[in-house]
Design a binder for this molecule. Structure first.
Ligand SMILES: [Zn+2]
Ligand SMILES: [Zn+2]
Length: 283
């Protein structure tokens, strides 16, 4: 789909009040955990609550949800980006206690199901490009290059026309990522490392190569470029996520993208940085 067509389609989701104001926002989203020690994103619209990834223990995720007035027992579905343990670590215990449907692409399914019998009972395999409706939330996947069997990002839209795009564990930015995220109101985008810190740092060479590869993780400068592209196409709020503790800092990640946005006249775009272990409001 051409970028312009894609934008027109996305913009049609936006609902406008008679007085020209957008209707009242109802979607709520938080990063619960972010980074190599575990990832999970919470999204709520009315009584519909979902998680993207569950890479921490069931008790840690439940505790984070409780701090936001929710709980694992309220989650209606979990959507996985890929099979790496920092995205799937809590699934077996969560499945044992709560039987929440777990949506995963077919290539990653065997590795996820292998984690345990409870996960395999809850896991639902899909094509790489799929769409699932959970009450008022529609979740649609898109392909993201990474050194997993398969990785996907997600676009979450509400019946009211709000939209949130999620893309982490990005080896490099593809046209599909740009087309998929085009026109979302709000985005969660990986800003994994500062290239200088990574190259000069203590990681073994094979690991540096893995992270820098086209199937590794996204550097701050590349994230800044993607965020600028999103801002140019209407995104109003961005959260930088999956930061490396060793090869990045929240300040470096924030400044790289903030400067790119400000220099190009997008100073009004809200920018935040996800925390490894604290809930951060995305919208
Ligand atoms: Zn990964
Ligand atoms: Zn990851």
């Amino acid at each position: 789909m051409a970028l312009a067509d894609s934008r027109a389609k996305r913009n049609s989701f936006w609902s406008i009040c008679p007085n020209g104001q957008k209707t009242k926002d109802t979607m709520i989203a938080y990063t619960l955990f972010s980074g190599s020690t575990g990832n999970s994103i919470y999204i709520k619209n009315g009584s519909d609550e979902i998680l993207i990834d569950a890479g921490k223990s069931a008790s840690a995720i439940d505790k984070a949800l409780c701090s936001l007035g929710s709980a694992l027992k309220s989650i209606k579905a979990i959507f996985l980006t890929h099979e790496h343990s920092d995205h799937t670590g809590g699934l077996e215990i969560i499945s044992k206690k709560h039987h929440i449907p777990i949506h995963i692409t077919a290539p990653s399914y065997p590795r996820v199901a292998y984690q345990g019998s409870f996960v395999s009972q809850s896991a639902i395999s899909h094509k790489i490009h799929y769409e699932v409706k959970v009450g008022s939330l529609t979740v649609r996947s898109f392909c993201v290059p990474h050194d997993s069997i398969q990785n996907v990002g997600y676009i979450i839209t509400t019946d009211e026309g709000e939209s949130l795009g999620i893309a982490t564990d990005i080896g490099h930015v593809t046209d599909e990522i740009k087309e998929s995220l085009l026109g979302v109101e709000c985005a969660i985008v990986e800003s994994n490392h500062d290239k200088f810190l990574l190259v000069a740092g203590p990681y073994p060479e094979f690991l540096k190569h893995r992270i820098l590869a086209d199937t590794g993780h996204l550097a701050n400068e590349d994230s800044a470029e993607l965020c600028l592209f999103l801002a140019k196409n209407g995104t109003k709020s961005i959260t930088l996520a999956h930061l490396s503790r060793e090869n990045n800092s929240p300040e470096l990640a924030f400044l790289a993208t903030r400067e790119a946005l400000d220099k190009n006249g997008y100073g009004e775009v809200c920018l935040s940085v996800a925390s490894p272990c604290e809930c951060v409001k995305v919208r």
